[in-house]
Design a protein around this ligand. Structure first.
Ligand SMILES: Cc1cc2nc3c(=O)[nH]c(=O)nc-3n(C[C@H](O)[C@H](O)[C@H](O)COP(=O)(O)OP(=O)(O)OC[C@H]3O[C@@H](n4cnc5c(N)ncnc54)[C@H](O)[C@@H]3O)c2cc1C
Length: 458
């Protein structure tokens, strides 16, 4: 029996030996070459994985270059987070604008894109929002294939629990709006919610569960993979990704038009400058003399020690800003509310930790003995109606992508897609037509929650 097994192994070895005899670079190096010149990168594929495995994984090329800044670019994007990188990618891919730089003061993905709780959904109410977020969800559905980078998008569903008759009505109304706009939504009874998330306290809690609005196509993704995937994709089209390059000034000519930026790595000229600096948007826009209707707040996230599979969806608690999901490593990931005062610090404070853990215990008392492993914060650009800006600014040559509040991660693909469209065409796409800076002056605030200029309530 042993000899027959050996025979089988030898039979199988032959093709492998043949492969290794031939120059491996010639066999399976799957190289993408774009039209602009000699930019190349090795495609991530099963075949290339096999080839690299045979060579001891020593031949993987860098995912992106580390170029020196050029003197001038057609477009400069300030901020190497998800939105900035996605914008550069779609400028090159959709509009053929490849003489582009993304300028990042730290490292790519070191901002909110690598700090968030990764929830992706399109369960909005208003016609100004639904088409945009649904388009984003559609882009998410094909993103790993488009970028040739596994962003680990997992459509495990998002379940919004409701705790009163009024909340049931509001959730059903929102679900109907979603369905009318081509999104997916289901209203679950209390029993169906408990069946889906067995640990929730449905009867004894102060706010009993009345039911829940489920969006089955929603879910989450691996946040830094999104930044890396867009970075690699943009670099593949020839975009320069300039890290450790802080913008310290925005240069304008005599007519007031933006003509470039000043950075810690020197002055760089540009025909157009797009701001995608998230929590630092107000600070960066002020360099061009622009005051934004944005406050910078901190928002914390939390992760517990790893557990066996417990929750296979994303569940939100309706009475208090709290939600949880389980990461692929097993940790429970908690999201919560703002810390409640303005700050640029990327760390949070203990009262918010306490409030978050109280909400967790309220929703799911069975996790009471799980140990919290880490918590951290990101800087949020809270707009005064809870909706973003993707628009031209009153300053010629300056474009703005900001005001994402709690929810910019899910918007990353559509935000980059629409911002690239706006920069390339000097006018918005229909999806972002409402996200202008002058909407407050015109009386067209996009305020889903109807709580006005109170960032802590959005
Ligand atoms: C704790 C937490 C949880 C969240 N959870 C979710 C969620 O579940 N779902 C969701 O949809 N959204 C969520 N968000 C929001 C989401 O992360 C943000 O809205 C989104 O990431 C912002 O866009 P970005 O990725 O481009 O930002 P960032 O990654 O912050 O990118 C902005 C970049 O600009 C750079 N920059 C700033 N100033 C300068 C300068 N002067 N020069 C050069 N570069 C500069 C920064 O270093 C940064 O890298 C969460 C955020 C936090 C903090």
């Amino acid at each position: 029996m042993f000899s027959s097994l050996l025979h089988q192994v030898k039979k199988f070895q032959w093709p492998l030996n043949q492969l290794s005899l031939i120059n491996p670079n010639a066999i399976v190096r799957c190289v993408r070459q774009d039209k602009c010149g000699d930019r190349r990168f090795m495609k991530y594929s099963a075949l290339n994985l096999l080839r690299q495995a045979m060579g001891g994984h020593k031949d993987w090329p860098r995912a992106w270059r580390d170029p020196e800044p050029k003197d001038a670019y057609d477009v400069i994007i300030v901020g190497g987070g998800g939105h900035g990188l996605a914008t550069a990618y779609y400028l090159a891919k959709n509009h053929g604008i490849r003489n582009v730089a993304v300028v990042e003061k730290g490292w790519l993905g070191g901002g909110n894109v690598g700090r968030n709780t990764t929830i992706v959904r399109s369960n909005y109410l208003l016609p100004e929002e639904l088409p945009f977020y649904e388009w984003s969800l559609k882009l998410w559905e094909g993103l790993s294939q488009d970028l040739n980078f596994n962003v680990m998008f997992s459509q495990r569903g998002v379940l919004n629990l409701v705790h009163s008759d009024a909340e049931v009505d509001a959730a059903v109304r929102r679900g109907n709006a979603m369905i009318m706009h081509g999104a997916d939504a289901e209203f679950l009874s209390r029993d169906e919610c408990v069946k889906m998330v067995p640990g929730i306290d449905d009867k004894n809690s102060r706010f009993p569960v009345y039911g829940g609005l489920l969006q089955p196509r929603a879910g989450n993704a691996r946040h830094d993979a999104v930044a890396w995937g867009y970075a690699r994709g943009a670099d593949g089209y020839g975009v320069d990704l300039l890290q450790n390059c802080e913008v310290t000034g925005i240069t304008r000519d005599r007519q007031g038009r933006v003509v470039g930026i000043e950075t810690t790595r020197g002055k760089i000229r540009a025909n157009k400058v797009g701001l995608a600096a998230a929590g630092h948007s107000g600070h960066v826009a002020a360099m061009a003399g622009l005051r934004l209707p944005i406050e910078s707040h901190k928002l914390q996230a939390f992760v517990t020690e790893g557990l066996k599979p417990l929750v296979d969806t994303v569940v939100t608690f309706g009475h208090g800003h709290f939600y949880l999901s389980q990461s692929d490593k097993g940790g429970l990931v908690f999201g919560a509310s703002l810390d409640g005062y303005n700050s640029y610090a990327q760390r949070g404070n203990l009262p918010t930790v306490e409030a978050t853990i109280e909400a967790a215990m309220h929703l799911m008392p069975s996790i009471g003995r799980v140990r919290l492993l880490r918590h951290w914060a990101g800087v949020m650009d809270m707009s005064m109606d809870g909706s973003p800006f993707i628009c031209k600014t009153p300053i010629d040559g300056l474009y703005l992508n900001a005001g994402w509040c709690y929810g910019g991660f899910k918007a990353t693909p559509a935000s980059g897609w629409c911002f690239a469209h706006t920069i390339a065409n000097d006018e918005p796409h229909a999806y972002n037509a409402h996200y202008t800076l002058d909407r407050f002056a015109r009386g067209y605030a996009v305020d889903t929650k109807g709580v006005g200029a109170q960032p802590n309530l959005h």
